[in-house]
Every structure is written in C-alpha cells, then in structure tokens.
Design a protein around this ligand. Structure first.
Ligand code: AMP
Ligand code: MG
Length: 321
C-alpha cells in the first residue's frame, strides 16, 4: 500500500526532496489529486507513466507556482496568457503553449507544446515552493480510470506501489480536472471543459472556440471513453428513470437527484442540484457506486447545460461511453 501522510511542513519537505531526487509523489490539488515528478527530469517522467500505465503519447500538465515559473516551461507568453493568469490563477485553468527545450520530452509525449497550470491548493503550492521548480503531474489514477478526489482514492488506484508517498490534503474542492485551453494556435480552443467555463474565458479574452467533440482534438485526455467506472454506466433522462429502473432485472446503483424514485433493492446515491456541489461529489459517487459491485450504474442526467454543467456533462458522457 502507498504511504499516506498528513500534509504538513515536514511531510511536504520530504515530498519535495523525493521529487528533487527524481522520484514520484502524489499530492492534492483543488481539481483532483496528482502524481507528480520534476518537469525537467526525463527518468522521473517515465516513472509516472509506468505507475499510471499511461500511454506514452498522453502529455502531463506542468504545475507552477506563478507566472514567473510558467515562463521556465513555455515560450510565447503573450497578453492573452497574462490576462488569463491574472484572472484565473491560481486555479483550475490549464494553458497549452509551445514548450521550452528543458521540459523533459517524455513528460509531454514528445510534443512541441506543453500544458501549464498554477494550482490554488495550499499543499500543492507549498510543495512547489519547497521544490522551487515546476512539477509535472497527471491525475493520480490508473490510465482511463476515475480521477481521485481524496487521498484514499489514490491508495485504491496504486495498492501495489508500497513506496509511493501520498500527501493527504482533504477532498479536492473542485473535483473535476482543469479546463484545458490551447493557446498555441491563433484562435483559442478549449480542449477539455472544466470549472473555468467558456463564458468566463470569453469575458476575459473573447473569441474562444469549444468543439467539445470527444476524440476530435489532438489532446489524448479528451478521448470519448475516459474517467470510467468499472461497472457499465448509463445516462438516463429524468423522465425515463422510473421506467428504466423497472426494466432492470438485477439491483443497480443510481446517481439520482431524487432518492425517493429509486426503490429497493436498487441503491440511490443522492446527487446535489448545485453544479459546484455536484462536480465536487461526482467522482467520489462513481467510486461509491462501483464499490457496490452492481453490473450497472444509472446516472440521472442533469437537465441544465450552461456554465459548470458543461464540464459535468462532458465527464458524464465519457464515464458512460
Ligand atoms: P490529466 O492531468 O491526467 O488530466 O491529463 C492531462 C490532459 O491535459 C491530457 O490528457 C491532455 O488531454 C491535456 N494536455 C496536456 N498537455 C497537452 C498538450 N501539450 N497539448 C494538448 N493537450 C494537452
Ligand atoms: Mg487523468
């Protein structure tokens, strides 16, 4: 089992020294927990891919303390980047730009671009401060699985990695992976929707396009099936849920807004109607549903689509693909 330690100044220093020595640690961010390594260390990046069983073509996000540190990773920091960082950093916005030569090629799947983000979680920030250098980190889950929003989720994912240090820093507040915005092209393009919405981005730089068509962009994390539970998951329109449940021969798990329409022996996991609360709870609820070991998980489809709901729908679509 990985070693879970409460994040404090001592354990954070220890984690930073592991990173400095080319090792890998798991740490909390406000989006999801990350599996981090030194951005400039080629061997350390390979270790992240090995532990995650991540395809080598799927690039990592470089986490930075601030704009100055971002400039050690990217080229072409322009006025759009400056405005966005001033508005949304630290926070759940990732920017894709041409990379500096120092960035380890393996950490970005051999691309000419790199994604950067400045996290707001105090533990992630203290870790960056202690290391004094960028940390490349994907979500701390096995490739294709649900992202972890609690330290115990990381332990579930990497049970056979006894050497892995996991900094415990509570539940991730946002609970969904960051918005990924490609600024390496003339027109800004959202590669992955997140808590920084298209509306918010447009209010700062304008002209943002959002294909949101899974698998249509050159960004591996946007493939149609991703972030999936083990059981088969199915999205159901609210009006059809009662009928769909009646047609299930075996007991199922249901992520529903209304517990009262889910009769025993089916099990309801009640979801909040507020989009922030829904997003924060989604991955934990999917893991909870998975742990019930039913064949099928039904998810009552949220009827709203604007703002943060767009990112929620994106993840639900992929969890059920
Ligand atoms: P994760 O941190 O596990 O959510 O994975 C990061 C995701 O960010 C990847 O799967 C990609 O979809 C996206 N990403 C990271 N770097 C790049 C890049 N250079 N170009 C396009 N997309 C990227
Ligand atoms: Mg991931």
């Amino acid at each position: 089992m990985p070693k879970v330690v409460k994040a404090d100044s001592q354990s954070i220093k220890k984690a930073a020294s592991i990173l400095r020595d080319g090792g890998v640690v798991a740490f909390p961010t406000e989006t999801v927990y990350g599996l981090g390594c030194d951005t400039f260390n080629e061997r350390a990046a390979l270790e992240v891919y090995r532990i995650k069983r991540r395809p080598s073509s799927n690039p990592l996000i470089a986490h930075v303390l601030d704009i100055a540190m971002a400039k050690r990773v990217v080229i072409g920091w322009d006025v759009r980047c400056q405005k966005l960082a001033e508005e949304f950093w630290p926070g759940p916005l990732t920017i894709v730009l041409p990379r500096r030569a120092e960035v380890s090629p393996s950490s970005i799947g051999g691309r000419s671009t790199v994604a950067v983000r400045s996290p707001s979680h105090p533990v992630a920030r203290q870790l960056l401060e202690s290391l004094g250098s960028p940390i490349s980190a994907p979500s701390a889950n096995r490739s294709g699985r649900i992202s972890p929003t609690r330290a115990e989720h990381v332990v579930e994912e990497f049970a056979e990695e006894p050497e892995l240090l996991v900094l415990e820093g509570g539940a991730s507040e946002v609970g969904l992976e960051s918005t990924v915005l490609d600024l390496s092209r003339a027109r800004p393009l959202i590669l992955r929707p997140g808590a920084v919405t298209v509306e918010m981005l447009n209010s700062v730089i304008g002209n943002v396009s959002e294909p949101f068509v899974p698998g249509q962009t050159n960004s591996p994390g946007t493939s149609a099936k991703h972030y999936a539970p083990r059981a088969r998951a199915e999205l159901v329109e609210p009006a059809n849920l009662e009928r769909r449940l009646q047609s299930c021969p075996d007991p199922v798990a249901v992520l529903a807004f209304r517990a009262e329409i889910v009769p025993a022996p089916h099990v309801a996991i009640v979801m909040p109607t507020d989009p922030r609360e829904y997003a924060a709870k989604l991955y934990d609820s999917l893991r909870q549903a998975d742990s019930l070991e039913r064949q099928l998980i039904l998810i009552e489809k949220p009827s709203e689509r604007a703002g943060l709901w767009a990112a929620v729908h994106d993840r639900l679509r992929r969890a059920t693909a």
